[in-house]
Design a protein around this ligand. Structure first.
Ligand code: CA
Length: 503
């Protein structure tokens, strides 16, 4: 088992794989001058004041004071560089044509009438136009699950698409297009099988016609609570419509489909300094295999890509894709600036405890989950992809906001990497948990599906864990296995990204 990880030959820091005491000779001739917590950095060479601190072969920051060889380097010792320029980024200069061969090319999924990506689950999704209906709908969904769903064994679940949007909002503000598009596209999610059901209140700003196409706004699909005479009538209307939709959904069957019908989302949360060593590169390897086999994979989280944007631009297949990438980053820079912050507001106390000194170090680890595939398309938040391959879908990095954005983009499942641990999950699509270190798996053996910890200790390769993850993704997509979050029903509220004013 190795005691430290140095990532590139240019690095002048390494991270320890376990808590290591001051005075330890960690490598021949290098004695640690401080106690170094697990995943934290120590200096491999003397670094002068204002000297570069290099990990991943990139400058994480500049030393605020002289740092002696063998010293601990923590988040208080670096000055953050300016973020990379978005102007004239080179594109297409790093197109990998040798992706790893995938061990399988098909999965068992639910084909959909709209020929968009296939479903991985068979779910009745009940959409809402406004938060006001949530209480009524939740009571109804309880009853549907208890009284009606057992009659339809081919349907996996009934899910209320509750959210905080819909009224008390500036519905015509330019940025209102983000939350509206998200809710429109979630209603069309591949796991819902084209069966549309909407519960509305009747007086909200987000009218039914703003949520779904006018020709779909019929009594077959839409219930207006204010048109119902009393609570029992509301319940009856919802239960009756749900049963009609369940009858149709129950006829859905899985079939063998090419992986070009599968759309997988990737995100991370609660990252540590091992995320970029083990979990995210393993996910990247699995992503490359998926793309090689024809699948589509999307990664997101703008603030965690911003400092590595030039590496993503190099992989863009056209200047148009590169330009859209730059536009999304620019939009977010301005969004953050309007709030009088920048991307450095991202790292959490837990990230720092896990050895991540700043957003650059976090970003270098984060983008590893995108593997090496060419970037064929860039999406605005909650847009649906039109291309197959590796896609950058711009979303906030917040787990609870990225999740619904990727759901709106149509992911059949999400792969979620973590170093510190989070029980996050989505009701409408399975979420697979991959951890970056063995201690995380030992702490939560029954929450984490796959551990990449042995990549840190040198006992497994990225290729081995990546292949294991690829196979697990196909098992989950095909319904042969359920990740822990799905087994327990760990589902987070859908925080719909709304950069527009609330009134
Ligand atoms: Ca995240």
């Amino acid at each position: 088992m190795r005691d430290y990880v140095k990532l590139t030959e240019h690095d002048n820091v390494a991270v320890v794989t376990h808590d290591t005491n001051k005075g330890t000779e960690i490598m021949p001739g290098l004695v640690l001058l401080d106690d170094i917590p697990q995943a934290h950095k120590f200096a491999l060479a003397d670094i002068p004041k204002e000297g570069e601190i290099i990990r991943y072969g990139v400058v994480l920051g500049y030393a605020l004071d002289e740092i002696k060889r063998g010293s601990w380097i923590n988040e208080h010792m670096l000055r953050l560089p300016v973020s990379p320029s978005l102007d004239n980024m080179p594109w297409g200069v790093n197109i990998n044509k040798n992706l790893p061969e995938a061990p399988a090319k098909t999965f068992m999924g639910y084909k959909n009438p709209d020929n968009f990506y296939a479903g991985t689950r068979n779910i009745l999704g009940i959409n809402t136009t406004v938060q006001c209906v949530q209480g009524v709908l939740n009571v109804a969904v309880e009853r549907i699950k208890r009284e009606i769903l057992p009659k339809y064994p081919n349907v996996d679940d009934v899910v209320a698409i509750n959210h905080a949007y819909g009224c008390g909002v500036a519905i015509n503000a330019p940025y209102a297009k983000f939350p509206i598009r998200a809710l429109q596209n979630i209603a069309r999610h591949p796991n819902f099988g084209g069966q549309l059901m909407v519960v509305s209140l009747g007086c909200e700003k987000l009218t039914v016609d703003k949520l779904i196409a006018p020709e779909l706004n019929t009594p077959e699909n839409v219930i207006v609570l204010q048109d119902c005479k009393g609570f029992d009538a509301m319940m009856n209307a919802i239960m009756t419509m749900a049963e009609r939709k369940l009858q149709i959904l129950d006829k859905r069957r899985r079939e063998e489909l090419p992986l070009s019908d599968l759309l997988v989302g990737m995100q991370c949360g609660g990252s540590d300094a091992f995320s970029g060593v083990s979990a995210n590169p393993s996910a990247g390897y699995a992503a490359d295999m998926l793309v090689q086999a024809g699948a589509t994979v999307m990664f997101s989280e703008v603030t965690e890509v911003r400092d590595g944007v030039h590496f993503i631009a190099e992989r863009c297949v056209s200047p148009e894709v590169r330009d859209k990438l730059a536009d999304e980053m620019r939009w977010y820079d301005n969004y953050l600036a309007a709030g009088e912050v920048d991307r450095s507001a991202n790292p959490t106390p837990g990230n720092k405890k896990g050895g991540l000194s700043n957003i650059i170090e976090k970003a270098m680890g984060s983008i590893a989950k995108s593997g090496t595939s060419p970037i064929v398309e860039v999406l605005s938040p909650a847009e649906r992809p039109t291309k197959h391959g590796m896609i950058y879908a711009a979303t906030p990095a917040s787990d609870m906001v990225c999740g619904p954005c990727q759901l709106a983009s149509g992911i059949g499942l999400q792969v979620f990497m973590t170093g510190r641990g989070t029980p996050y999950g989505l009701a409408a699509a399975p979420v697979i948990k991959v951890c970056s270190r063995n201690e995380m798996k030992e702490q939560w053996p029954d929450v984490i599906d796959i551990s990449a910890g042995e990549v840190v200790t040198g006992e497994k390769t990225i290729q081995e864990v990546g292949t294991e993850l690829f196979n697990f993704i196909l098992d989950v997509a095909s319904g042969r296995k359920k990740p822990y979050t799905e087994q327990y029903g760990l589902n987070n509220f859908l925080c719909i990204f709304n950069p527009a004013p609330i009134t």
